[in-house]
Design a protein around this ligand. Structure first.
Ligand SMILES: Cc1ncc(COP(=O)(O)O)c(C=O)c1O
Length: 441
């Protein structure tokens, strides 16, 4: 960013420090005293900050924007709903089932569904249902996966401080203070694509494993993806062990394909979580799957409880209905994939020009960039990539008007509105940004 020129942003941060810890509403929005972004507007695939710099945005709010900011097809549906119907009542409306029907048309893995307000809440619901159904406790998670900010999922493999030369597994640490050690009791972590490690975990804990919870394409780890063989092994081991397979499609759902990763792999989960692209930026989430599993949600003995004041509110569901209708009836996702592929090609030309070994991971709508000569197969492999060069490149892109998360663990997100980006301009900016990065390294 052109930090010294960010007079308005600096003033806003200074004021915000008096109101909020770190001066921001979400800790990950704090990018330091000189680089914390304050926006004044968003439209299409662009965002404009308070100092009037406009960026082409590949961060897209960490993924929800699938059509574009302020998409009138979605916004008008929300305006109509809140003007003519209302927001919440604490009762049901016909819209609840309408949205589930739309999801079921796109995702044959869904037989029954419930709504939530965030990806975190959707994961909480799915995990609770899995435990209720299996009457078991343990949840197997994958190193580098992310499932939201609630205590049980706020343990991570400390790959940042892990020595690639060692055979030992990375230490598992909490995201910070305030997370009781007891919340880790029922969680077991395995590296992605390591069938031996998976078998070992099932051999040791199998009779208490309620579920495997996985992002098959790790949207929080450079889009590093499960192999087809690994996904099939997960499906088989869950079936033979009486455990459930939960796919966390909070980032991939309605983005990587109409039917999400499950369409790409042709392998279905027992339970799936959705959020982000389902509502093009409106706060809506859901979890669902097998009817016999979801029907554990009931008031009978042994039934699972689920709900919440804002669940299935009209703002969320009208946005979901409009977004899902556009995604199912238009070629928006094909456009997104085409633009994503073109952007990878131009970036590849730039990296090659500078002699930088690089690999892309994940699908065109949500791709990770890794500076190295192999596509990482798991989070530990990511540590072998040149992420310092990536950070430098990313900061230069931001300075030059291209917004992204300056961390190669966050993929580049594409929305339909990116079809309007001038690719020649982007290539020139990428070249300039890499030239500056290489000079500094
Ligand atoms: C895969 C995955 N699961 C869950 C979450 C949590 O979602 P939310 O931030 O909406 O609570 C995220 C957020 O990025 C995510 O990427």
């Amino acid at each position: 960013m052109t930090d010294t020129n960010k007079v308005a942003s600096a003033a806003m941060l200074k004021q915000a420090h008096t109101h909020m810890p770190m001066g921001v509403a979400d800790s990950y929005r704090y990018w330091g005293e000189d680089n914390t972004v304050f926006l004044k507007s968003m439209k299409g695939c662009t965002i404009t900050d308070c100092d009037d710099q406009t960026f082409v945005d590949f961060r897209l709010a960490y993924g929800p924007i699938i059509l574009g900011y302020r998409d009138s097809r979605v916004d008008q549906a929300v305006i109509d709903a809140i003007t003519n119907v209302g927001t919440i009542s604490g009762f049901s409306t016909g819209l609840d089932s309408e949205v589930v029907s739309l999801v079921k048309k796109l995702c044959p893995n869904i037989e029954k569904m419930r709504f939530a307000n965030s990806g975190t809440e959707a994961v909480i619901g799915a995990v609770r249902v899995a435990r209720g159904f299996t009457k078991r406790n343990k949840i197997v998670v994958v190193e580098g996966g992310f499932h939201g900010l609630y205590d049980e999922m706020m343990w991570k493999s400390d790959v940042d401080n892990w020595d690639v030369a060692t055979q030992a597994a990375p230490t598992i640490i909490p995201f910070g203070a305030g997370i009781p050690e007891s919340t880790r009791e029922h969680q077991v972590s395995v590296p992605l694509n390591d069938i031996t490690a998976l078998n070992a975990v099932f051999a040791e804990h199998g009779d208490d494993i309620a579920a495997i919870l996985i992002e098959p394409i790790m949207g929080n780890c450079g889009s590093i993806a499960s192999t087809q063989e690994y996904m099939q092994t997960l499906r088989d081991i869950c079936d033979s062990n009486g455990s459930l397979l939960i796919m966390d499609e909070v980032k991939t759902g309605f983005r990587v394909a109409k039917g999400g990763v499950q369409e790409l792999y042709g392998i279905h989960a027992d339970l799936t979580t959705y959020a982000k692209a389902i509502g093009n930026g409106y706060p809506v989430a859901a979890f669902g799957g097998r009817a016999d599993v979801m029907d554990m949600i009931n008031f009978g003995e042994g039934g699972v409880t689920h709900g919440g004041t804002y669940t299935a509110n009209m703002i969320a569901l009208s946005a979901a209905k409009a977004t899902l209708t556009v995604l199912s009836e238009t070629d928006a996702l094909e456009t997104i994939n085409k633009v994503g592929a073109q952007i990878q090609q131009l970036l590849s030309r730039v990296f090659t020009k500078f002699g930088i070994e690089h690999r892309f991971a994940g699908p065109d709508s949500m791709f990770g960039i890794h500076f190295g000569n192999e596509v990482p197969q798991n989070y530990r492999d990511w540590k072998k990539t040149n992420s310092d060069l990536y950070v430098e490149f990313a900061h230069n892109l931001i300075k030059n008007g291209v917004m992204l998360e300056p961390d190669s663990r966050e993929p580049w997100f594409i929305c339909e509105a990116h079809k309007n980006v001038d690719l020649a301009w982007l290539e020139q900016i990428a070249e300039q940004s890499m030239a500056e990065a290489v000079k500094k390294s």
